[in-house]
Design a protein around this ligand. Structure first.
Ligand code: NDP
Length: 483
């Protein structure tokens, strides 16, 4: 990705500025400087059903992280099917038989803080490419250090070192044995960060997100008021990109490994289902970090502010709920056998193929390459939109691949409990909502060109399926919605 640069003006009074490495846009040569208020207009609190909705999610998401533990563990089973079972689960909330379910433990809080500090240290000292982000509304760009992959490799190396020591497997189950107190520490960290950046944004006059400046605390705290906050005196440390893929994503993998260690201690081997979860969820994390620079074009980075939605999502929700399948298998090993193993692995591989090919087609195209000679349409905005290949089959084919992978991660847990399938349900809701947000954003970006694209590619997520149960509205209806 290259940085900002100006080239010869195509017509008098304008200059072409490279927005990303690949996106060209014509901007006025001498833009009129905007005041702070003009740059940061008030937002309408309409996302997630407004302040009430954001307040509800702020409470419910952490609550569900705990529910997933207390309703699914080796003390009460997964999930209790009798009233007595649920009563027992409730009784265990403040008095769990092992440290795994203690609501708070200072040692776990210390370990979590040390983990977070370690990932910051890795960011600071490990080598990494310096990459310029997209052009911001105030005409500046941020530079990001991309070395998440090295953090992952170092961490996995250290983990292997621990596991191979005598007693190392036992030691590694410490994470499994401190699930809830670690989650509580992550919750405190994410709440602290969200409150801190919210308060700070009133004092340092930084660039605000267009969606998180409504003036309503519950709404702005959740959506994120500042766009790219950083800790005081460390302007090069971008909290949002850092949290997006490092402390939470990598911890998810470590928690999975810890669950695998626990299963190994209990049954003396790893079940095929555990291998599937370990390998493919682990690959998802590694893949994300190999492609770390691509997050700079994601909605979370370009558009969303940094608030509780992202801090809690990244630090609490991802590691401690995405890890549910592995935790379930630790105390309830499922043996898939050859047939189901083939089915599950095939679903994951097909999903991964679609996810990766679709993302690569777009990434190559946005980088000015078109190795498959795909068809595209020119837009008035200056950028082009693919109309064949995966992006000609639906407007978000990558989400479809993601869904298949998500399903493949749940299936290894068998069919004894619905709880381990929460992930696919959550992910369908998340990506349907995200697709709608992106559609809205693209309609603003591209105007009538987006309508044309919708005509050419009317399918939202699932290729060639425009009506999918109740979740895929007719593309024509959406495209025709008044602006
Ligand atoms: P996408 O990578 O899907 O990108 C959307 C953008 O692509 C649009 O805003 C538009 O931006 C561009 N675009 C749209 N249509 C076309 C086209 N036909 N041709 C070229 N460009 C087009 O967005 P996300 O950030 O939502 O997703 C990134 C990945 O992250 C996905 O694979 C998703 O599944 C995954 N993800 C995973 C999550 C998890 O928790 N595991 C959560 C959320 C996402 P422009 O034109 O301005 O370039």
């Amino acid at each position: 990705m290259s940085g900002a640069s100006s080239s010869t003006a195509p017509e008098e009074g304008t200059t072409t500025t490279i927005i990303t490495a690949t996106t060209h846009l014509t901007l006025p040569a001498h833009p009129i400087p905007l005041t702070y208020e003009q740059l940061n207009p008030r937002s309408k609190p309409t996302e997630f059903f407004g302040p009430l909705g954001t307040a509800a999610i702020s409470v419910l998401a952490p609550l569900f992280t705990y529910i997933f533990f207390f309703a699914c563990n080796d003390a009460v089973g997964c999930t209790p099917t009798t009233v007595r079972g649920w009563q027992q689960a409730w009784e265990y909330v403040s008095n769990f038989p092992s440290t795994a379910g203690h609501l708070w433990e200072w040692k776990a809080a210390g370990v979590y803080t040390a983990w977070y500090a370690y990932t910051v240290l890795c960011w600071a000292v490990l080598p990494g490419d310096k990459i310029q982000g997209n052009l911001l509304r105030d005409g500046t760009r941020k530079t990001y250090k991309m070395n998440g992959l090295y953090t992952l490799l170092l961490t996995l190396g250290l983990s292997l070192g621990v596991i191979l020591q005598p007693g190392g497997i036992q030691l590694y189950t410490w994470l499994y044995d401190h699930w809830v107190p670690l989650a509580s520490a992550a919750l405190v960290m994410s709440t602290f960060q969200a409150l801190f950046v919210y308060a700070q944004s009133y004092y340092n006059k930084e660039l605000l997100s267009l969606g998180g400046n409504s003036g309503n605390f519950f709404y702005d705290f959740f959506m994120g008021r500042p766009l790219n906050p950083h800790p005081p005196f460390f302007p090069s440390f971008d909290l949002k990109t850092f949290n997006e893929v490092r402390p939470g994503m990598i911890l998810w993998l470590l928690l999975n490994i810890s669950c695998a260690c626990e299963q190994y201690l209990r049954i003396g081997k790893l079940s095929d289902s555990m291998w599937v979860v370990l390998i493919f969820e682990g690959w998802y994390t590694a893949d994300c970090l190999i492609q770390e620079h691509t997050i700079l074009n994601q909605m979370d980075i370009t558009t969303d502010g940094f608030g509780f939605m992202l801090s809690m999502g990244d630090l609490l929700w991802v590691p401690f709920t995405y890890g549910l399948q592995a935790r379930y298998l630790a105390f309830n090993p499922v043996h898939l056998g050859k047939f189901w193993l083939t089915v599950v692995v095939s679903i994951i591989l097909i999903g991964n193929y679609i996810f990766r090919t679709a993302n690569n087609e777009k990434a190559h195209f946005r980088a000015g390459k078109n190795p498959k000679n795909l068809e595209y349409m020119q837009t008035e905005r200056g950028t082009k939109l693919l109309t064949s290949g995966w992006w000609g089959r639906s407007r978000h084919p990558n989400y479809f691949g993601d869904w298949l992978m998500a399903l493949g991660w749940c299936l290894p847990t068998g069919f004894s409990t619905p709880l381990t399938y929460y992930y696919i349900v959550f992910f369908v809701i998340l990506l349907v909502h995200r697709q709608r947000r992106d559609d809205e954003a693209c309609r603003h970006k591209y105007g009538k060109d987006w309508d044309k694209y919708c005509e050419l590619v009317p399918w939202r997520i699932i290729p060639y399926v425009s009506q999918f149960a109740y979740i895929q509205r007719s593309a024509r209806e959406v495209c025709a919605a008044p602006r």
